[in-house]
Design a protein around this ligand. Structure first.
Ligand code: NAD
Length: 233
């Protein structure tokens, strides 16, 4: 393959659920997507939490338990390795599973929050942990803690979104891995990179709604294609 990370100065990996599929984390869309099994309106939106916090926690604690038992895959660890080598490599992720951090990537930009953080909507308390399942669902102030995740219908946190855009606009190689490009406004980030002049690569097992925007299409699994793009480094 001609395309190689060594030929670029600053690289951004923009990752979605397909990045963690080979770790065993279910994607949303595509084969095995979790929204086929669960009705998201019941489990992953603010209205559901306001109506039934314990039910929403049951779903998120189930996800905590499933994901806690899984490990970063060779793609996550390869990206972390490239960063440890001192290459100018960044991770902007839509994932909430914490796999990049577990693999050793520093400063991951999490656009959609984390399954491993909670916050209190009433007093502002925030905490990170890896407890699976989370036992104490209430904050010290008495209110229910909320998973610090961007749910359906929530606005994105402005700070990581700004950071993701800034990284996209300052890189010369933008590699999208395992994202359907269906979730807005995250799906705008590759377009920012394109407008700023970066080379855009899409790693996916199939075509997506955003494929037309990419300069190169690598059809195959995340682990295989990340290994190829960085072979010999
Ligand atoms: P998505 O489920 O919409 O799309 C997944 C994409 O990954 C698909 O295009 C699929 O073809 C591709 N894919 C599947 N297996 C792959 C593999 N082995 N290698 C390469 N590509 C593969 O996911 P999305 O685009 O990230 O958007 C959905 C939202 O779902 C995001 O906001 C994210 O927060 C959330 N989500 C996160 C997780 C997680 O944290 N791991 C899991 C499910 C959903």
């Amino acid at each position: 393959m001609d395309l190689h990370i060594r030929d670029f100065d600053r690289v951004v990996f923009f990752t979605g659920a397909g990045m963690s599929a080979e770790s065993g984390v279910p994607t949303y869309r595509g084969p095995g997507g979790i929204w086929k099994e669960y009705d998201y309106e019941r489990y992953a939106c603010q209205e559901a939490f306001d109506r039934d916090p314990e039910g929403v926690w049951e779903f998120h604690n189930y996800r905590r338990e499933v994901i806690h038992a899984l490990k970063p895959n060779a793609g996550h660890t390869r990206i972390a390795e490239l960063q440890r080598m001192g290459l100018d490599v960044h991770v902007v992720t839509q994932n909430i599973d914490g796999m990049h951090q577990l693999a050793g990537s520093p400063e991951v930009t999490e656009l959609h929050g984390s399954l491993w953080r909670v916050r209190c909507q009433d007093c502002g308390f925030e905490r990170a942990d890896r407890e699976a399942p989370l036992q104490e669902l209430r904050c010290g102030c008495g209110s229910y803690l909320r998973p610090d995740i961007i749910w359906f219908g929530d606005a994105l946190n402005p700070a990581p979104f700004r950071e993701g855009n800034a990284l996209a606009e300052s890189c010369d190689l933008f590699i999208s891995v395992g994202t359907s490009g269906a979730v807005m406004p995250a799906a705008m980030i590759p377009l920012r990179a394109k407008r700023a002049g970066a080379t855009l690569v899409e790693v996916n097992i199939e075509d997506t709604e955003l494929s037309h925007a990419f300069d190169h299409h690598l059809r195959g699994s995340a682990t295989e294609m990340i290994a190829r793009l960085s072979e010999g480094l």
